[in-house]
Design a protein around this ligand. Sequence first.
Ligand code: FES
Length: 151
Amino acid sequence: MSLGYSEKVIEHFTNPRNVGELANPSGVGEVGNAQCGDIMRVYLQVENDIITDVKFKTFGCASAIASSSMATEMIKGKTVGEALELTNKAVAQALDGLPPVKMHCSLLAEQAVKSAIKMYYDNNGIAYDAALFAKLGEDGHDHGHGDLVEE
Ligand code: FES
């Protein structure tokens, strides 16, 4: 009974990487999807522009947990700029695909990472182009607004 999930999705759901919180994170991003009610929080530790540690807590479906696990693995050790380029499609591809109705779960991962980076930029007075975070909503805190777009 795979329900169309790849082995990688099942593996990351069963054995998720980087679960937890960071005590003094450089940035935290929390996003949610009002339709399914799932919530994802990502914690980043940034040193000299490198993401040295990343953790997540996801109250959500198997695809959301697998996406969080994969997304955190993909940005760990990367520069903040590289992490900003992470797309939900790349996360889904790295998981060997998600069922079409589950693509929004990977979007949560992309947006949680972006939201955490936005907080890091804001906290450190780092200038950025607001368009980078346009999809996160006005305050970059999308939790419960339900305006996440499926791609
Ligand atoms: Fe909403 Fe997966 S069903 S995040």
